[in-house]
Every structure is written in structure tokens, then in C-alpha cells.
Design a protein around this ligand. Sequence first.
Ligand code: 5AD
Ligand code: SF4
Length: 434
Amino acid sequence: MTAPKKLFIKTYGCQMNVYDSERMAEALGGQGYEQTQVLEEADMILLNTCHIREKAAEKVYSELGRLKPLRDAKPDLKFGVAGCVAQAEGEEIMRRQPAVDLVVGPQSYHRLPEMAAKVEMGEAVLDTDFPAEDKFEHLERRPKARRAPAAFLTVQEGCDKFCAFCVVPYTRGAEVSRPATRVLEEARDLVERGVREVTLLGQNVNAYHGGMTLAGLIRELAKVDGLERIRYTTSHPNDMDDDLINAHGEVDKLMPYLHLPVQSGSNHILKRMNRSHTAESYLKLIERIRAVRPDILMSGDFIVGFPEETEADFEATMELVRQVRYGYAYSFKYSARPGTPAAERKEVPADVADERLQRLQALITQHQREIQDNMVGRELSVLVEKAGRKPGQMLGKSEYLHAVHIEDAQARIGEIARVRIVKGMTNSLTARHL
Ligand code: 5AD
Ligand code: SF4
């Protein structure tokens, strides 16, 4: 028997890439590859990349430059680039870094086994098609191995919204939903392997229409015995229908946490961003969600320094943040992406954007800190995911997605532990096991 070949995957960017990396590892498993965490052991290094902002995309080239010398010690080592940079830049990657053997876009992962075989024969392979077939139907199923208690499950991919700043509609393509029957099958399979929480993933997950709506899918998933927690991300405000809002009040397994990006609090900027909602309609929506689930923890995304953003526009964003009080929020400086409509527009000076970003982040951190502090003394449920660094300490997530360290825990991995919060920090909470 020949020794298995080793595959090292480095994942950048969003949770969908995390899910895709798992599926790629499984697909290449059939080709004799075993995953390794040790770079030097690898026979193939695959970078699963992100193109959302310029910095994310450029990382790929610097990483490839750093990795290239590994081939001096191992001439047969292969380099692959997957993900959204692969889709957006295609052949350019091989031009800029000739060491790359394989470039594969997100819709072609099911063809990886054939591609790997060609690459092993010394061929350079590029595949950035948008094939008609559904890759998930052709991607090899996972082996029946135990899984960590919280898993991602992609249910929808791509986006038809075309926000003026965003590359996703170009890199991931048009919105496609996986059939609900397949999603339910995968969820049951995950549960059999120890999973208790699934996060349904989609670039526009609440536009899901795989034979039922997202609310319908959540209600079906809630019937799966052994599956205790359901989350979903990322959503667009315009796709939050009444049924989905009501599900937050009715489905116990649906966790009280919602990531609902707004991007800006200025109606002028929202219009220029092609967001097709206003600050008022967004706030109204949150009011409706909080009416059915008052304790829901809101999370969001913001872009500062979008072309034409004035100080007054930025102040409107600050005001919206003050009104919503996010438990988590991610804010980014606008980064012009080639091929998107906004890339043609005049940019806000970098120092102005930097300064606004700092102000926004300070406000968000202040709210986050206050919300975390308010958790002290409260009883929460924590899905225990792994052992902590200190002896006896376990680490997991609360229903609100806080990272929680449980001291002197008697809890096992996979258990949902009742805890009392004893200390709040900006990024995590400390708790006592009850
Ligand atoms: N520049 C900065 N941030 C961006 N995002 C998407 N495109 C850009 C861009 N060109 C942010 C948005 C989105 C999140 C995933 O990344 O806030 O919700
Ligand atoms: Fe990008 Fe999200 Fe807008 Fe779609 S809805 S274009 S993924 S920011």
C-alpha cells in the first residue's frame, strides 16, 4: 500500500469557505489525500481564498510567495488556489505566481478529484466555470467520522442583489438554493455524527427557496431529533419575511442571534450602494423582530468611506448604531473592487475613512462591552465545543453566540451546559457550571 498523500488547506474569509474547505478535503479523500495540519508534510497545499476586499485578495499572493520555497525541499509539492480570488482572477494567478498548479473556482469543486489527478501528472489546471450541474450533488459525501458539535451547512449560494461595492455576485454567481430534502438529509447525517448545532449558510440565506422558504426549512430542521440549535447567516433586510420573523418567536431551537448587515445609516449612501432599503425600513424591521424575540442579539456589517460619504452620512451611521446597539458588528473601510459599479466612483480620502472607521469601531466596542457586562449574573446555556487552556476549563458558545469559558466544568464536549456568567470581557464571558 502506498502512503496517503497529504493535503494542507488554508482557509480565508467567510464561513462558506470553511464549509467548502471541508467538502474539498472529503472530495480529495477519494483521491488518496489525507488532511494534515503540518505544512511541511503536505504534498498539496490548497489556499481557499477571499476576494471581498483588496487586502484579503492580496494576501494570497504574499502567502504563495512565502510558501514557494517549500518546493525546493519537495519538488513534487503542488500548489492550488480555490475560492473567490481563483474565480475573479483566474489565469492571472498563474501569471503572477507560476508555481501555482491548480486554480479552481467555487462552482467547480466537484471536479477536484479529476483535476488533482491531472496536476499530479504535471499538468497545470484552471477551472473557473459556472457549470449547469449542482456541485453539491456531485461532491463526494463525507465519511462517517465524528464531528465537532457545531457545524456549518451551506443551503444557498450566490447573490442576485448586486450591491454596488460587492464582488460576490460575480465570484459566487447567481443565487442557487439546495433542495430542502438534501439539506435535511445532511443535517440528519451531521446529527448522527455528534453535531448538535447547525448554522445554515448562504450569501443571501434568507432568500432561500429550495422547495420551501428559509422559515419552512428551519421549522423542518427543528423536528430533527438530536439537533438542538439552529442559526443562519447572512441575511439581507429585504428578505426578512413575516414567517421568518415569526419563527424567531416560535421555534425554540432557533437561537436568539441575528446577523443582519445594513452597511450604512445614510439613505443617500444606501441608495448609491444599491441596497434597496432605507435606514428607517431597517430600524422598523428590527423593531418587528424584537417584538417577537425581545432578547435577540443583533449583529451587523458596516462599510465606512463609501464613495461620496460625507460627515453627515457617517453621523447617520453612528446614529443607527446607537439606536440598534449591536452585540457584535463588523466594520470595514470601503475597498474598491474591480468590476463593481462603485469602483468607478471618486473615493473618500483614506485618512478620513480611517478616522471614521476608528470612531465607529469605538462605539461598537463600547456597546459590545456593555452588553457583555450585562450578562454577568445571568444563567445561560452553553454548547460545549472543546477544552479550554486552563485545567478544568471548557469552551463553548452561548445561545447568543458569546464565546464562554466555563471554569471547573464537569461538562463533556457536545453537552449543552447550564452556566452562570461571572465575568464579562469584550470578546468572551467567564462562567460557572451550574
Ligand atoms: N469594501 C469593504 N467592505 C466590503 N464588504 C463587501 N464588499 C466590500 C468592499 N468592497 C463587506 C460588507 C459585507 C461584508 C461581508 O464585507 O459589509 O457585508
Ligand atoms: Fe454582496 Fe451581500 Fe450585497 Fe449580495 S447582498 S451583493 S453578497 S453585500
